[in-house]
Design a protein around this ligand. Structure first.
Ligand code: HEC
Ligand code: HEC
Length: 411
C-alpha cells in the first residue's frame, strides 16, 4: 500500500481518500495510519503563567500575594483572587487545546468549541445568539472563556457547577454540537492519532494495553485547557500592582466612577475578576421581538430570581460585543448607558421583577459614561492567549475565524 504516511492530515480530500482506502481494507490499517500521519506530540511544558510543580501546572499571579476578597473590601485594588482550578498536567492542557479546535467533536464534524468561542473574538463569537448545528440559533449569546478557571457556576443562569458538567451541553445539545456520547466516543476511538495523544495525557490509564479513550478524559482535557485561559495582566492590573502611570487620567476617572457608591458597578463586578459571581436581577431588555428570558428563575424554582443572571466578569470585555445574555447592546457605550436609564426602565409591562438594590438611578453624565467605557478598555489582556493549532488530530479543516499572531505554547 502506498499512502503518503508522512503527509500532514489537514486537508479533507486526502482524508476522504484515506477513508476510502480504509473502507477497502475494512479499516484494519486505519489506527496505525492515522497515528503516523498526525505526528503530534503534546507539549511537555506548562502554558505561560503556570509553573510545573510535581508534574502539575500551577497558576502564578501577583494577585496570589493579596488577601481574600472579603478581607480587602469591595473595589479595592489589591484584592485577592477567589478560588480557582489548576493542577492539570501540561499534556492534559495541550490535549484539551486540540480537542477544543477539532470539529470531530460535533455530530456532523463542522463545529468545534472554537466556532462559538473564537480566540480572536475574546473566546466569544461576536453574535447576539450563537449559531449551532444545522444553523440553529442558541437561546443566548456565547460568553467569553477567559478566566473560567475562577468560576464556581457556569452559564448565564449559573445552571452548571463545574466545567465538566457544563461541557455536556454544547457537546450533546441539539442546537449546539448535536453529538451523542456513543458517537463521540466512537469517533475518538476510531482515530489512531487521538489514541496516541490520550495516552500521553493519561499515561496511567493507558499503561493497561486494552484501555481505550474515555469520555471523562475528554471532559478533563477540555477543562484543563479552558482553565489555562487566564487574563490578569491588563493595564488595570499593572495599575493595581502599583504602576500608577499604567492608566491615563480619564481611565482613572472611569475607574473611580466604576467603584463609586453612585454607580455601584464594583458591588457586583468586583475586582479582580470584575464579578462577584452572584445572580442578580438587573432587567436588561431582549432584542426586538424576542420573548422575555426568565434567566435563573425557573431552573432554581425561585420566583425572586425571575430574570436573574450571573454577573459576568468584565475582563477582555472590549473584545466580546455584543453585550448581555441576549447580545442586546452592540457597543460598550450602550451597555453602560443601560445602568443610567432608570431602575427597571427596560422591564416589559406585566413583569414584576425583584430588581437588585444596587440597580438604581446613578444619573451618570455623558462624560462619566465615556470615562467608564475608557476604563473598561483597560481590562484587555490577551498575553496568555494560546496558539491555535495549525492542524487538528482528526485531519478535519479548522472551523473558525482567522488566526491572529499569538504568544503561548508551541503549535
Ligand atoms: C453553537 C455555539 C457553541 C459551541 C459550539 C460551544 N459553545 Fe460554549 N457556549 C455557547 C453559548 C450560547 C453559551 C451560553 C449558554 C447559556 O448560558 O445559556 C456557552 C457557554 C459556555 C461556557 C460557560 C461560560 C460561563 O461564563 O459560564 C463554557 C465554559 C463553554 N461554553 C465552553 C464550551 C466548550 C468547551 C465547547 C466545546 C465542547 C463549547 N462551549 C461549544 C455557545 C457554544
Ligand atoms: C446588581 C449587580 C450589578 C451592578 C450594580 C452592575 N452590573 Fe453590570 N451586569 C450585571 C449582570 C447580572 C449582568 C448580565 C445581565 C444580562 O445579561 O441581562 C451585567 C452585565 C454587564 C455588562 C455586559 C457584560 C457582557 O459580557 O455582556 C457590562 C459591560 C456591565 N454589566 C457593566 C456594568 C457597569 C459599568 C456598571 C455600573 C454602572 C454595572 N455593570 C453595574 C450585574 C450588575
Amino acid at each position: 500500500m502506498s499512502l503518503p504516511l508522512s503527509a500532514a492530515s489537514h486537508n479533507s480530500p486526502r482524508l476522504i481518500a484515506r477513508l476510502a482506502v480504509c473502507l477497502l481494507l475494512a479499516c484494519a490499517a486505519w489506527p496505525a495510519l492515522a497515528a503516523n500521519a498526525a505526528g503530534i506530540t503534546l507539549n511537555p511544558h506548562c502554558p505561560p503563567g503556570f509553573e510545573l510543580v510535581q508534574g502539575a501546572c500551577r497558576l502564578r499571579s501577583l494577585y496570589q500575594r493579596y488577601d481574600s476578597l472579603q478581607g480587602a473590601g469591595v473595589g479595592g485594588l489589591k484584592t485577592g483572587l477567589p478560588s480557582w482550578r489548576d493542577g492539570f498536567t501540561p499534556q492534559q492542557i495541550d490535549l484539551g487545546r486540540y480537542l477544543f479546535f477539532d470539529p470531530l467533536l460535533s455530530a456532523d464534524h463542522t463545529l468545534s468549541c472554537a466556532s462559538c468561542h473564537q480566540p480572536e473574538r475574546g473566546f466569544a463569537d461576536g453574535m447576539g445568539r450563537s449559531v449551532g448545528s444545522g444553523g440553529q440559533l442558541s437561546a443566548r449569546s456565547a460568553p467569553t472563556l477567559w478566566n473560567v478557571a475562577f468560576l464556581q457556576r457556569f452559564f448565564w443562569d449559573a445552571r452548571a457547577d463545574s466545567l465538566e458538567q457544563q461541557v455536556l451541553e454544547p457537546l450533546f445539545k441539539e442546537t449546539e454540537m448535536a453529538n451523542s456520547p456513543a458517537a463521540l466516543l466512537a469517533s475518538l476511538r476510531g482515530s489512531g492519532s487521538y489514541r496516541a495523544l490520550f495516552a500521553q495525557a493519561f499515561p496511567d490509564h493507558f499503561s493497561e494495553p486494552t484501555a481505550g479513550i474515555e469520555l471523562d478524559q475528554v471532559y478533563t482535557a477540555l477543562a484543563a485547557f479552558q482553565t489555562s485561559l487566564v487574563s490578569l495582566n491588563s493595564r488595570y492590573d499593572q495599575y493595581a500592582h502599583g504602576y500608577s502611570d499604567a492608566l491615563s487620567e480619564r481611565e482613572l476617572a472611569g475607574l473611580n466612577v466604576f467603584r463609586s457608591f453612585v454607580a455601584r458597578c464594583a458591588e457586583c463586578h468586583t475586582p479582580p475578576l470584575f464579578s462577584n459571581q452572584q445572580l442578580a436581577v438587573i432587567g436588561t431588555p431582549e432584542p426586538e421581538g424576542l420573548p422575555f428570558d426568565p434567566g435563573a428563575g425557573p431552573g432554581l424554582g425561585e420566583p425572586s430570581l425571575r430574570g436573574a443572571f450571573r454577573t459576568p466578569g468584565l475582563r477582555n470585555i472590549a473584545l466580546t460585543a455584543p453585550y448581555m445574555h441576549s447580545g442586546r447592546f452592540a457597543t460598550l457605550r450602550e451597555a453602560v448607558a443601560f445602568y443610567t436609564g432608570g431602575r427597571g426602565h427596560a422591564v416589559p409591562a406585566g413583569e414584576d421583577l425583584r430588581l437588585h438594590w444596587h440597580i438604581w438611578e446613578p444619573g451618570l453624565s455623558d462624560d462619566e459614561l465615556d470615562q467608564l467605557v475608557e476604563f473598561l478598555h483597560t481590562l484587555t489582556d490577551e498575553s496568555l492567549k494560546p496558539v491555535t493549532p495549525a492542524a487538528v488530530p482528526s485531519g478535519l479543516p479548522l472551523m473558525h475565524g482567522p488566526v491572529t499572531p499569538t504568544t503561548g505554547s508551541t503549535p
